[in-house]
Ligand binder design. Structure first.
Ligand SMILES: *Cc1c(COP(=O)(O)O)cnc(C)c1O
Length: 366
């Protein structure tokens, strides 16, 4: 008996290339797109190790946990790292980036996370890209949590390395990812003696053996399940329309924010300005005297399917994440999440107005 997940024909090089082309269209990019067969950490790490070395001075913007990780990799590569930490309840500004260049004109690499699902903020990449480009630095962007939720335009923004994953707003699989690479970034890698070569982390291997060879021969057997799932997920986005998918995420974020404020009980948007809040996920600050992880546990005990999580690490005390992305970018998921949080807050003796929250969701959904 054949099994739909097991008895698959091998994925051809032509099919693999066609999936890359589809992802390139999603990113509106003319740059090379390399699909990487692993979770997004694979290209995120591979791109840093390929382009950074002892001669690099990197400006590393930290707006959440991923920025922290990038700084560690950069230092590990021997780069001089200038960290620009920004409080998690806000976004970085182009002015702050401009200031960092003024203070350290030797900066030749900038790492930035576009949207942070873990902290709920989003950064003005277009404006920052102008500053980075004016100084000629290489621009590395983690767009894993923004792709599908808001515009991601590496060519228009001057992004040299743009990493995406399918598992957030694209509503796809977690085991496959992609990176768009500019000519400048390839040149930087080729000139870097420490760039990984003949390694699973190597982007240069893909350049030399796959792209430069006309995409005729794959480096190793492709991960069929993940590739087919990625193709299906991009196909679904194309069918619905990327604009429509992004609009759903924007609505979910606006509705969650409005609903949380109307709910009361001391629940507040974690990201103070709506303009800094990411469409992919909304973070909420819990009232003093309550513990976010406990409220989430109570809500999930009532309905384990809700897209709720407590913040990671120390944020588990004070932050609730409403992960309204992918299949959960719906009014139903937002309503159910707020109603469950209302019940959990009421159980702690706080006064909430679930009816008002649901009305606010209705009104804010565009
Ligand atoms: C989700 C996410 C990733 C991918 O990491 P996972 O936790 O493994 O899903 C990378 N970068 C950002 C900004 C993310 O939000």
């Amino acid at each position: 008996m054949t099994h739909p997940l097991l008895d698959l024909a091998p994925l051809s090089a032509a099919h693999f290339a066609s999936i890359e082309d589809r992802v390139a269209r999603l990113l509106r990019t003319e740059q090379d797109v390399v699909i990487t067969q692993g979770e997004a950490l694979l290209p995120l790490e591979g791109a840093i190790r390929a382009t950074a070395g002892p001669g690099t001075t990197a400006l590393n913007v930290i707006t959440g946990p991923y920025g922290q990780t990038f700084g560690d990799w950069l230092r590990d590569c021997g780069a001089t790292v200038i960290d620009l930490p920004v409080p998690f309840h806000t976004a970085v500004t182009a002015e702050q980036v401009r200031g960092a260049f003024a203070e350290h004109p030797e900066i030749d690499f900038v790492s930035l996370v576009h949207a942070e699902a873990a902290t709920g903020n989003t950064n003005p990449v277009a404006e920052i890209g102008e500053v980075v480009r004016a100084h000629g630095a290489l621009f590395y962007l983690d767009a894993v949590a923004s792709i599908g939720a808001e515009p991601v335009l590496p060519d228009a923004w001057g992004v040299d390395l743009c990493v995406i994953g399918a598992q957030k707003a694209m509503g796809g699989p977690a085991g496959v990812s992609a990176v768009s690479v500019s000519e400048r970034a390839w040149a930087r890698m080729a000139a870097n003696p420490r760039a990984p070569r003949r390694s699973y982390l190597s982007l240069l291997d893909w350049k030399e053996r796959w792209i430069d060879g006309g995409r005729k021969a794959l480096l190793h057997a492709p991960a069929q399940l993940e590739m087919l799932a990625l193709e299906a997920c991009v196909e679904r986005i194309e069918a619905v329309g990327l604009e429509e998918v992004m609009a759903r995420h924007a609505s979910a974020a606006a509705a969650t924010r409005a609903g949380a404020l109307a709910l009361g009980g001391g629940l507040e948007p974690y990201v103070r300005e709506a303009a800094d809040a990411a469409p992919v996920a909304t973070t909420l600050r819990v009232p003093s005297g309550t513990v976010a992880a406990d409220l989430v546990a109570r809500a999930l005990a009532a309905d384990p399917a809700l897209p709720l999580a407590a913040g990671g690490g120390a944020l588990a005390e004070e932050m609730i994440r409403v992960n309204h992305y992918g299949p959960d970018a719906t009014p139903g998921a937002v309503r159910a999440s707020l109603a469950a949080l209302g019940t959990a807050l009421a159980a702690e003796g706080l006064t909430v107005d679930v009816e008002a929250a649901l009305n606010a969701v209705e009104k804010a959904w565009r």
